[in-house]
Design a protein around this ligand. Structure first.
Ligand code: MLT
Length: 263
């Protein structure tokens, strides 16, 4: 536990070497990254925080992408980490964009996984407002049910029900206040498309081929706009590609970290 900015942020910190900070998506928690921490700890220092309002972190607003990003910097300060690779999945990617805008000198490289740069459309905002009402009325379990369809790919749904169940359970235990706060933060987030052209650190983009929420076409568009970026599309994976195809995901991350370490 750290107490940056007077708020308790829980995190895992395992391994040695190049620091990599893993940012989970919505409505997940840091256990999303268990398949990466277990496999990558021999080659990197892996830090996985719970965003405020999720997991074991304190449930306290304000909830904004900028505030989530500042919390991550406070954790890095507490751990005396000057620069880290920032790896964000989905909402974690939205936070990575905010972190880049506000603290780019702290970013060694970026891993953008199953995410998109654009702000919400009007339709997207309306759906989030419905989810906020659902969370208030019926709790996080109902939000988990609603999110499940887009969260995993058809291969996982058909062949790996254990993974589907684990992701559903992770979303079910999310604190309602954190869920609502994150939905409001996503509604309010700016368009990060103009940010892409400013990214001048090594960037790895990963997407599940079956990702319906942030599909490969989003990843290809990011790849075109981030100079020198590398794009990896993982077959048989949906939106949580790091959990659905952990070995493939870890392989591309490992290769990327290897190049950074020895560059
Ligand atoms: C996520 O996985 O973080 C969410 O699906 C992102 C979103 O709803 O935009």
């Amino acid at each position: 536990m750290a107490i940056p900015q007077g708020i308790d942020i829980a995190y895992d910190d395992v391994g040695m070497g190049l620091p990599v900070v893993f940012l989970h998506g919505f409505p997940h928690n840091r256990t999303l990254w268990a398949p990466q921490l277990g496999a990558l700890l021999s080659r990197a220092r892996c830090i996985a925080p719970d965003l405020r309002g999720f997991g074991d972190s304190e449930i306290r607003g304000p909830y904004t992408m900028d505030r989530y990003a500042d919390d991550i910097i406070a954790v890095m300060d507490a751990l005396q980490i000057e620069r880290a690779v920032i790896a964000g999945l989905s909402m974690g990617g939205y936070i990575a964009f905010a972190l880049w805008r506000r603290h780019r000198d702290r970013v060694r490289a970026l891993i953008l996984s199953d995410t998109r740069p654009g702000a919400d459309t009007d339709d997207g905002m309306a759906k989030r407002r419905q989810l906020i009402e659902l969370a208030r009325a019926k709790g996080s379990g109902a939000v988990a049910d609603a999110q499940m369809a887009g969260m995993i790919g058809r291969t996982t749904r058909d062949r790996h029900t254990d993974i589907a169940d684990a992701i559903h359970q992770m979303m079910t235990v999310a604190p309602v206040e954190g869920v609502i706060g994150a939905l409001e933060a996503m509604i309010a987030r700016p368009d990060s498309t103009p940010t892409l052209a400013t990214i001048d650190v090594p960037t790895l983009i990963i997407v599940g081929e079956e990702d319906a929420l942030t599909p490969p076409k989003e990843a290809r568009a990011m790849h075109e706009r981030i100079a020198g970026s590398r794009l990896e599309i993982l077959a048989g994976a949906g939106h949580v590609s790091n959990v659905e195809r952990p070995a493939a995901f870890n392989h591309v991350v490992s290769e990327f970290l290897g190049v950074l370490t020895y560059a």
